[in-house]
Design a protein. Structure first.
Length: 69
């Protein structure tokens, strides 16, 4: 079962604050890049055996998450 917003795909996406921007907008690209970086960092943190490295990566992820807001 899929999730539907009943708005269709008009080529726009909604930002967290409710603003609608085209999917090709630079902010959409930037948010996608941040999300991808956060995913890779999560993988690196999960794969690391060093507690210090895990803590550092977690701090970086927290800083990245602030950029989403």
């Amino acid at each position: 079962m899929g999730i539907s917003t009943k708005k269709g795909d008009s080529g726009y996406t909604s930002l967290l604050r409710g603003e609608r921007v085209p999917k090709y907008h630079p902010i959409t690209e930037a948010l996608g890049a941040l999300d991808e970086a956060n995913s890779f960092l999560g993988l690196a943190r999960a794969s690391s055996k060093e507690k210090r490295t895990k803590r550092i990566i977690l701090q970086i992820q927290k800083h990245l998450q602030q950029a989403f807001v």
